[in-house]
Ligand binder design. Structure first.
Ligand SMILES: Nc1ncnc2c1ncn2[C@@H]1O[C@H](COP(=O)(O)OP(=O)(O)OP(=O)(O)O)[C@@H](O)[C@H]1O
Length: 280
C-alpha cells in the first residue's frame, strides 16, 4: 500500500521564552493508504495539537507533514476533519442534505452531481431518509453520522477524527464505531483517529500509536492483529483484544509514572536552587 501520510520530526511549541510550552516533540510516523490508525494518549498530551498540525490548521514549529507526497502548508483540499463536538460543527439553518452538500460547493462539480454525492454519503451512514430534517431534529449520534457523511462526501485522501465519539452515550458510541469501521472498509478510506479511550483505539484500529504524556512523543506503534470483521461483544472478550488493551494500558501507565517522576525531580531541583539562592 502506498504511503498516504508522512509525519517527519514534527515539533510544536506554543509561545516563546519562559512561557513556552512544547506540546509535540520529534514525532515521526506514516499511515498507509486504506489504513485506520488510532492515536491514543493521556489527556492534555498533545493529541489535538498533532492533528491540527497534520490538518494544516496550525504551522508546526519544526518538522514536516506530507499528504500523498505533497508538503502540507495550509489546509489541503483533499483532507476532511470530524470533531468531537457535532452540535457546533453542523449548520443549524441547513437541512441534513444541505450540510453534507455544503463543502462540495468548493469543488468543481454541477449541482446535480453535488446532490448525488451528498445523497450517496448519507446512504453510507444509514441516513438516506433524514435528508430533509434539520440537525436539531436529530439525536446526537445521528448528528455525528451527518458529520461523518459530510466528511466522506468529498472523498478525502485523509480523514482526521478528533475524539469523534467522546460526546455520545456508550450504546451510540458502539454503533458509531461499527459504522465507521464498515464505511472505512467499504470506501477503503485512510483514517487517523485520536482518542483517549484505550479500548476504542484497539477495537477500531488496524494499528495503535501510543503517545507519551506532554510533550507528545511516540512510545509504541502496535499492529492490531484482530480479524477485520469485529464485533462489540466477541471481539472485546477475545484473548488478542484483552492482551493488546493491557499492553497499551501498561505503556500509558509506565510513561505517566516516568513523566511524573521527572517532573517531581525537576521541581525538587528548582526548589533546591531557590533555597540555595535565598540562603546566600
Ligand atoms: N493555543 C495554545 N497555547 C498554549 N498552550 C496550548 C495551546 N493549545 C494547547 N496548549 C497546551 O498544549 C498541551 C497539549 O494540548 P492538546 O489540546 O493538544 O492536548 P490533547 O491531548 O488533545 O488534550 P485533551 O485530551 O484534553 O483533548 C496542553 O498542555 C495544552 O494546555
Amino acid at each position: 500500500m502506498p504511503t498516504m501520510l508522512q509525519v517527519s520530526g514534527l515539533n510544536h511549541r506554543y509561545g516563546g521564552g519562559d512561557g513556552a510550552h512544547v506540546a509535540v516533540r520529534e514525532l515521526s510516523f506514516t499511515v498507509e493508504a486504506g489504513q485506520l490508525a488510532c492515536i491514543v494518549g493521556p489527556s492534555g498530551c498533545g493529541k489535538s495539537t498533532l492533528l491540527r498540525c497534520i490538518g494544516g490548521l496550525i504551522k508546526p514549529t519544526g518538522g514536516t507533514v506530507r499528504l500523498h507526497g505533497d508538503l502540507v502548508d495550509g489546509v489541503p483540499d483533499d483532507l476532511a476533519v470530524v470533531f468531537q463536538d457535532y452540535s457546533r460543527s453542523l449548520f443549524p439553518w441547513l437541512t441534513v442534505l444541505g450540510n453534507v452538500e455544503f463543502p462540495l460547493r468548493s469543488l468543481k462539480m454541477s449541482r446535480d452531481e453535488r446532490r448525488a454525492r451528498a445523497r450517496e454519503a448519507l446512504a453510507w451512514v444509514g441516513l438516506a431518509d433524514a435528508d430533509r430534517k434539520y440537525p436539531s431534529q436529530l439525536s446526537g449520534g445521528m448528528q455525528q453520522r451527518v458529520s461523518i457523511a459530510r466528511a466522506l462526501a468529498s472523498r478525502p485522501a485523509l480523514l482526521l477524527m478528533d475524539e469523534p465519539f467522546a460526546s455520545v452515550d456508550a450504546q451510540t458510541r458502539f454503533e458509531l464505531e461499527d459504522l465507521l469501521r464498515r464505511v472505512q472498509r467499504e470506501r477503503n478510506s485512510t483514517v487517523l483517529l485520536v482518542t483517549h479511550d484505550i479500548d476504542e483505539s484497539v477495537y477500531l484500529g488496524d494499528r495503535v500509536l501510543v503517545l507519551s504524556s506532554s510533550p507528545a512523543t511516540i512510545v509504541a506503534d502496535l499492529p492490531v492483529g484482530l480479524p477485520a470483521e469485529r464485533d462489540q461483544i466477541t471481539t472485546r472478550e477475545s484473548a488478542e483484544f484483552v492482551t493488546l488493551r493491557a499492553e497499551v494500558a501498561r505503556l500509558l501507565r509506565d510513561r505517566n509514572a516516568a513523566a511524573e517522576q521527572a517532573l517531581a525531580e525537576q521541581v525538587a531541583t528548582t526548589e533546591q536552587v531557590s533555597t540555595g539562592r535565598a540562603n546566600r
